[in-house]
Each structure stands twice: as C-alpha cells, then as structure tokens.
Design a protein around this ligand. Structure first.
Ligand code: DGJ
Length: 728
C-alpha cells in the first residue's frame, strides 16, 4: 500500500522514500518527515520550545510551547500566528484574512487524481494512490483539500490543493500554493534556474540565508528568467552523493517559489501560482483548484532525482501518440530565411534536406497575412498568396512527394495592431481602458480568457490544419504578457486574469491536441521561455532556446537536464557564424550537441559544402540509430560545462548494455595530458567494446578510471564514443 494511516499518522511510501504527517489532538496537520524509508513514526523528532514572540493558538490554553510559528506544518495558512511564509491566504467578507485549518477527514482513492482544466501527472489505477485530506476553518466553513498522488514505482509524490468555500459568504483567495514543505532539520542549499532570452535555465546554487529567498515569474509565462523548478540539497550534495529534493510545478504562467530559513533554522518551501498576480473570488459552494507540483527525493545526489523527473515527465506527463515515439528529424526554415521566403525557396530547402535524409520541413513565421516583418498580421491566420501562390495544400503535397512530412508555425495568443483581426476586434487585445498597452516585439497579447477569442483561435488553427496534410505545429509566444484586464470581468475579478489566461491556453491546447491527435505539437516561447511540465502535457517537445550556438547550447541543455527529459528538448544544428553569437563551431560539434534533444536543422542545407552535407548524412544516420537510446536511455551529466573545459554527457540503455558518450571539448590545451572522463550507470562486471577502435574495457574501469578524451586540436572538438557490452 502506497498510502496507509496508522495511529492518526499518514504514511506515503514510494520505493525509496517516505512522506509522513499527522493530525494532532487539536486537529493541526503537522509535517513529520520527507526522506528515506525509516519504518518509524517520526513524531519523536518534534521539539516544542517556548519561543517568545511565537504565539499560541487559543485552544492551547496556557501551553506556551505549542506554537504554529515553530512547528512543521503541512499546509501553513495566514493569520493564525505562524509568521513564516504561508501557503494559503483567504480573506472574508468582513475584511479579515485568516484560515484556522484543522483536520476534518481523509480518504484514500485508487489511482491518481486529475485537476479540472489543468495539466497533471496521470497514472493507471494500479500505479498510484491518491490521498485526500480535508482541513476546515470552522468559523468560515472554508475547506482546503490537500491532494497527494503517490506513484511508488516512480518514487514520486505529487501535491495539489483545492480551496472550497463551504461557508455562506463569498471569500477571496489571495494565495493558494500547490506545495508547502517544512524541513525542520539540516543545513540546506537551493538551486534555481535563472536566465534570459537566449540563455535559459542557468543553475545557481546558494546556501539558504535567514529570511526569504525567491524565484518567480510575473510575465504571464513560466519565463526565460526563472524556471518553475527548484532543488533543495544538503551542503556537499553532488551528482551521485547526498540528499536532495526536487519540485517541479506543472504550470505555465506566473509562479512563485519561496524558501524561508526561519529563526529556528528550519526550512519552509512553498511553490505555486504567483500570489502578487493572483486572486480568486469564491462564492459559497465554489472551489479553486491549484496546479500540481511533482516532488521527488534522492539520497544519492542529483542524478537519481533527474532520472526520476525525466521518467515521470516523459511517461506520465507527456501524452499522445508522440510521447514515446521516435521524433521526426526536422528542418526549420527560420534561421535560413527569416521572413524572406516563398514557395520556391522552401521547396529548395526541402529538396536539399530530403536528399540528406531529413524527415520533415517546418515552415516557420511569415506564411500568413502580410507577414514580411514582425510588426504585422498576427491574428490573421490565412495563407499569404504572394509567398505561397499555389496555396498551402500544394506546397505540402510537393513536400510530401519528396518523402517528407510538413509542419507549420503559429503564435495564436498574439495580435498585431496592423492586422485584420485587430481592425475588426480591437477589444480582443489585452489592454487597460484609457491606458496605452505595453508592446513587446511590436505586438499585443490576445485576451484568451474570453471564450469567443479562444473559439476564433481554435477555429483558425483548425482550418489550417484541416486544409493540408500537416504533421507538426510549433506553438510560439514571443513576448511577456502585461495589461491584465478583460472587459468581460468585474473589477474584483481582474486579478484573476493571469491565471485565467493560463487556463485559456490549456483549454485551446486541449481542444486542438484532442482534435488533431496525429499532429506533433512543439511548444515555444522565443525559445525556452515557457519550458515547463505544464506545456509538456500538451506538447511532448519544446524549442529549448533561440540560442542555437552549440557552445551555448551545451550550457542551456545542461541546466534543462536537471528536470526535463532529453526528448522534450527541441534542438537544431544551425549555420555558422552563429546568428546569435557570431561563433563558428565545426558541424560535427554542432551535431552532437543538437542530438541531445529532439533533433533537427535550422539552416539552408543548399549552402553547405559537399563535405558538410556528408557530415549531415552521417548525423542523420547516427540519430536514426541512436535516437531510441538517446530518448529512452538514462541520461548522465558527466561534466559541468560551467566549470570545466568540457561538456560531456552519456546515455545508457535501461539494461546497462549500451552507452553513448557525447559532448564537446571547448578549447585546446597545449602541451597537456588528455583528460579521462569517468562514465556512470554501467555494469561494473561487464566488458564493453568501443565501436570506434574495438578496444574493450570493463564497466568498473570505465566508471572508476574513465575513457581518455580525444586530444583537442582547435576549439569545440566533439566527443563521441559508443560502446556495447560484449557477449561473454
Ligand atoms: C521565436 C522562435 O523561438 C523562433 O524559433 C522563431 O519561430 C521566431 N519566434 C519566429 O518569429
């Protein structure tokens, strides 16, 4: 049993972890433990000091040692004497903001709960159990239902919360975090993933300082600047040693992760929708559903944690026929042509690519309205006849005739002021009355909280998808959102807009992915500005970054790999000098880097030399052969490119018999020994033969001593080594 209750103590057990909590005699739900399986009631760890200025609930009588401000709580509420960061804040009709949450009931349900309108981990009845605990504020009747999805075999626990107005008066929810996790002991550090456009998900590790540390987004998207994932780790935790906890929010909008290190050196982590850009009016009888957090814990370092997140996201967040299927190798025309293309140019690119073995042509931005520049036509989703005089259908047919599939780009949530749509429906753009809106890339954001806007967009995208044999959609979003106001909502509800926007996005994605189950959807937001588990529920891959420079990509993909599986990372070989950095990296190095993802090209293959074309052919052959190992194998970070002169990673098959090492040595070092690179995840007693030179090594030698990296001559030298276990 994954969930059991013994002596009022809840035990949530996965293969390697135990999560424990208890409702005490006053009905307060205390958090007792998240860690290794101890087979122990962990309540003995709780201490009750009499801490001045940490008050006591009235029903504790004269007991000055019972304080909500000092004890580990399962879901901390505002206004009841716990002065740390809270998970939930609800304001009542009389203006007071308090929830005195006490245990009311629980139920255990087979399978994994789902969340109406929101993405969430899904699982079979035999794979998961759900625990629901209802806490109630007696005065107002407001309840919080805490939901726990326990997936033992995945070593994952998911959490979510539902706020139910069970009272007679309306209330306002000002904060409804998905996760509250108290860790009363130990010295912890945190790692968050920050960045900017063209440089996403840079890991930053810091000790916890007393007070509050935060990573968040207020941009309407999960953002390039901070990712909705976080790691807590013990000091000294490494890839392979030490305790760490990972949390990934399954949400694509404004979020907040806060960690408080309190007066008693206790740690509290909360995570959920950003409360500064949120509130929700709840009439009596109504409920609010918070998004989900995926939680896992490892006592063998980050690697184990990453493997768990990769697996759960790939197998139980991503959906549809493409989630585990081999992904097409695609060629995207964006960096080859930008807006300057027509049917002829596309066909030439397609022809060249087909000859090299590419599976799909993706027509990027610029095919609709009068879109010759980025200041026009968003919203007008009809084919530009000047560029495609024979229509989309004919273009697709000709591409299909070359043996290639066809994909297309959209940016549905946006509108250009210079568009037919804006001239007809200026009120559909997000805009605050009497104020000028903020422009981003010259464009405005559509009010997709409105059902009529969503219907228009789903209709427009559907018409295009029905008009030709389209196998792939790239769904882009090229600015941060702002001007949160909708004419359809009352003044009190305007702060619901950022969350309603995300619900609107999910509604459209759900409708379209259900209506077009064969189409592969790839998420995008100026590269990786909306790279999160929420999007992956609809789109099994996301364009990882607009930075296609392979050196930069080794860093971006390293940071991305802590939570997200390789198959989710859209990654292409582009031209040199690189369009973002001016750097020139030989094509082999660009190839191995782009293969660490859902692979493709982003250049005009006709401009390659014969030698480069031969290399592209070889890359495509390699990806066709190794793609299943790359996407289904376990991924190992073998170096830290932020600190070392090499970026190296490996994929090891589930049975430990195949290993592919790839990477890049950044700079040649003169007069120096070749460095060894230690592998991981192999069978120590097995012997592995290198395909390159036939040399045989024991797994133990490969892991303890390593392979020698090639001698670098010049910069950005690729590392490639494939080995298979020898039949003994
Ligand atoms: C941003 C994307 O990340 C690019 O790949 C490209 O699709 C452009 N938008 C098109 O506007």
């Amino acid at each position: 049993m994954a969930v059991r209750i013994e002596n009022e103590t809840f035990y949530l057990e996965t293969e390697n972890t135990l999560y424990q909590m208890k409702a005490d005699c006053r009905g307060v739900l205390k958090h007792l433990w998240y860690g290794a399986k101890t087979r122990q009631d962990m309540e003995y760890l709780l201490d009750y000091p009499d801490v001045a200025f940490s008050g006591n609930p009235y029903d504790a009588g004269e007991d000055r040692t019972y304080s909500l401000d000092t004890m580990p709580l399962e879901y901390a509420a505002e206004g009841v004497g716990d002065y740390r960061i809270s998970a939930v804040s609800v304001c009542h009709e009389n203006g007071s903001c308090v929830l005195d949450l006490r245990y009311e009931s629980c139920r255990i349900v087979p399978g994994k709960y789902s969340i109406p309108g929101l993405p969430a981990v899904y699982a079979g009845e035999n794979e998961a159990q759900t625990l629901e605990i209802t806490l109630r504020d007696a005065v107002s009747g407001v309840c919080v239902i805490l939901k726990y999805g326990v997936l033992p075999e995945y070593d994952v626990i998911t959490r979510s919360a539902v706020i139910v107005n069970g009272g007679k008066q309306p209330v306002t929810v000002n904060r409804a975090h998905s996760l509250c996790l108290d860790i009363p002991y130990g010295q912890w550090e945190w790692i968050h993933f920050h960045g900017r456009h063209l440089q996403e998900r840079v890991p930053e590790r810091r000790p916890l300082l007393h007070g509050i540390q935060q990573s968040s987004s207020g941009r309407g998207t999960s953002s390039h600047q901070q990712n909705p994932t976080v790691l807590l780790c013990r000091k000294g935790c490494t890839e392979t040693d030490g305790a760490c906890i990972g949390a990934a929010l399954v949400y694509s909008g404004c979020f907040q992760t806060q960690i408080e290190y309190d007066q008693l050196n206790q740690t509290r982590l909360v995570m959920g929708i950003h409360p500064e850009l949120f509130c929700w009016e709840l009439a009596p009888g109504e409920s609010f559903y918070a998004p989900e957090v995926i939680l896992s814990l490892s006592d063998t370092g980050f690697e184990t944690l990453s493997h768990r997140f990769h697996r759960i996201i790939r197998e139980r967040v991503c959906r549809g026929k493409h989630k585990l299927a081999e992904r097409p190798i695609l060629i995207n025309n964006w960096e080859a042509t930008y807006f300057d293309f027509n049917e002829d140019k596309l066909l030439k690119i397609a022809e060249g690519a087909a000859g090299l073995g590419v599976d799909m042509l993706v027509m990027d931005d610029g095919w609709f309205g009068r879109r010759n520049h980025d200041d026009v036509s968003l919203g007008d989703w009809n084919v530009n006849a000047a560029k495609l005089p024979n229509g989309l259908g004919r273009l697709v047919e000709r591409v299909n005739a070359m043996g290639m599939d066809f994909g297309i780009w959209f940016e549905p949530e946006m509108i250009s002021e210079d568009s037919e749509l804006y001239r007809t429906h200026p009120e559909w753009a997000l805009r605050i009355p009497e104020r000028n809106p903020v422009r981003g890339r010259h464009q405005l954001v559509l009010d997709i909280t409105r059902p009529d806007v969503r219907d228009y967009l789903v209709g427009a995208v559907s018409r295009i998808l029905q008009s030709a044999n389209i196998a792939y959609v790239k769904w882009d979003f090229n600015r941060s959102a702002s001007d949160w106001y909708s004419a359809l909502l009352s003044a009190e509800r305007q702060r619901e807009m950022p969350h309603r926007f995300v619900l609107g996005l999910y509604d459209m994605l759900e409708r379209l992915t259900q209506a077009f189950p064969n189409v592969l959807f790839e998420g995008c937001c100026g590269g990786g500005g909306r790279f999160d588990a929420g999007i992956l529920y609809y789109c099994p891959q996301i364009w990882c970054s607009d930075d296609t420079d392979a050196y930069e990509r080794t860093h971006i993909q390293y940071g991305t790999s802590f939570f997200y599986p390789v198959s989710s990372v859209g990654s292409h070989v582009s031209a040199v000098p690189n369009h973002q950095t001016g750097r020139s990296i030989p094509i082999r190095g660009r190839g191995v880097t782009a293969m660490a993802g859902s692979f493709g090209y982003e250049l005009d293959v006709n401009r390659l030399t014969e030698e480069e074309k031969e290399e592209v052919r070889a890359q495509i052959r390699a990806f066709k052969e190794f793609g299943p190992l790359i996407h289904n194998g376990k991924y190992f970070r073998l170096s830290n490119p932020f600190e070392e002169n090499v970026a190296a990673w490996a994929y090891v098959s589930e049975d430990g018999r195949q290993v592919l090492v790839q990477g890049m040595i950044f700079h040649a070092e003169p007069n120096m020994l070749r460095s060894p690179l230690c592998l991981r995840g192999l069978e120590p007693g097995k012997r592995y033969r290198s395909r390159e030179d036939g040399a045989v090594y024991t797994g133990r030698a490969l892991m303890d001593a390593g392979i020698l990296l090639p001698k670098a001559w010049g910069d950005y030298v690729p590392v490639e080594c494939y080995m298979e276990a020898v039949e003994e």
